[in-house]
Design a protein around this ligand. Structure first.
Ligand SMILES: *Cc1c(COP(=O)(O)O)cnc(C)c1O
Length: 360
């Protein structure tokens, strides 16, 4: 068996320990004689799996009792519609447009009501986070929406916007569980798990209970009401059962690593290795303003498209996979999620140093 260093933005690297455990349990989960894939989601065994997953996530994030944790399907993109359908009581919301995912959410919300762009960083190819300390937010806006970590551009809100008392909704797909968060500051925190937590097919929504109501937009499908899933503890219909099981294992792995403070320290160390190199390199350059850099997604360029392509190809041959930047921006991007070992980043930087020497 040989494993590569996988720098994919998502689906992405998972802890080897988790994959091994899942392999061990594949044919016979704890004496049940079947795989978790083959098991009724109403069984006692599965009930323990999903309840433990929720309890571990609550512990990791210190989620207050007045928040529900929902395990849903449809990916992060389905939330782009579900959020306005459930939260737009006044049919108005403010969006901070810091990248493609935020923009998609903003566009989708326009189907359901008046979505206003309270700020944007599109003028400079989303390479920074706009100043959000004093935004013009409509008085009657139902919420303020952010994409907290911009996967494609490699920016992160290191300070939450001043919502002026409005509910904050955040897409945390690519920074989920990468550092501690103060859940109380948000109305909704959600993310697709395939970036930092588990296999594609699960989206986790952490939502304050008062935001879960029957008072949703007319014609909202049953499956797209938060209340449907909250009332049924995420078992209204068959949930993405196997995916949730893997997420649960990753939560346990994170607890073993020392929780989110410890993982943040490790993520900072890893990111520093790469950013320090980018700051001193004569060939490679980071594309994001320093103060807004993401700990998870690190885009960089050589300034020469041919050389970028050569780098990506040679890196791949050397066992560093998925370093090509998003198709919309080009260049390179190293996603260094929780499960990327520090050694992977160190080896990548050593490889970049060599490449720089040979291509001066
Ligand atoms: C990947 C990603 C999405 C889209 O996720 P899907 O599960 O494919 O819908 C949305 N937001 C962010 C921040 C992402 O990184």
């Amino acid at each position: 068996m040989s494993r590569v260093y996988n720098f994919s933005a998502g689906p992405a690297v998972l802890p080897e320990e988790v994959l091994r455990e899942a392999a061990d349990e594949m044919m016979d989960y704890k004496g049940s004689g079947m795989s978790v894939m083959e098991m009724s989601h109403r069984s006692k065994t599965y009930d323990t799996i999903i309840k433990e997953a929720e309890a571990d996530l609550r512990e990791l994030m210190d989620i207050p009792d007045n928040y529900k944790v929902l395990f849903l399907q449809g990916g992060a993109s389905q939330q782009f519609a579900m959020i306005p359908m459930n939260l737009m009581k006044n049919k108005k919301a403010a969006y901070i447009v810091t990248g493609q995912w935020a923009k998609k959410a903003y566009k989708e919300a326009q189907i359901y009501g008046e979505a206003v762009a309270a700020a944007s960083s599109e003028d400079k190819t989303f390479s920074y986070i706009p100043d959000c300390s004093d935004l013009d937010i409509p008085e009657d806006a139902d919420y303020v929406y952010i994409c907290e970590n911009n996967t494609i551009y490699g920016t992160k809100f290191h300070k939450l916007p001043n919502t002026k008392g409005h509910t904050l909704v955040a897409d945390v797909s690519s920074c989920f569980l990468s550092e501690p968060v103060d859940v109380k500051k948000y109305g909704v925190i959600y993310g697709g798990v395939q970036k930092n937590i588990g296999p594609a097919g699960v989206v986790i929504v952490i939502i304050r209970e008062d935001l879960i109501t029957e008072d949703v937009l007319p014609n909202t499908p049953t499956m797209l009401k938060y209340k449907t899933h909250a009332d049924a503890d995420s078992l209204y219909n068959t949930p993405p059962a196997y995916g949730i099981y893997i997420c649960g294992k990753v939560f346990k792995w994170l607890k073993k690593q020392g929780g989110l403070s410890a993982i943040k320290t490790r993520n900072e160390e890893k990111a520093k290795i790469l950013y320090d190199f980018l700051d001193e390199s004569k060939l490679f350059k980071g594309t994001v303003v320093k103060e807004d850099r993401s700990l998870m997604n690190v885009p960089f360029v050589t300034g020469n498209e041919e050389l970028d392509a050569k780098f990506v190809a040679e890196a791949k041959a050397a066992g560093f996979e998925n370093l090509k930047g998003h198709r919309s921006v080009g260049g390179m991007r190293a996603s260094i999620y929780n499960a990327m070992p520090k050694e992977g980043v160190e080896k990548l930087v050593a490889f970049m140093r060599e490449f720089e020497k040979k291509n001066q």
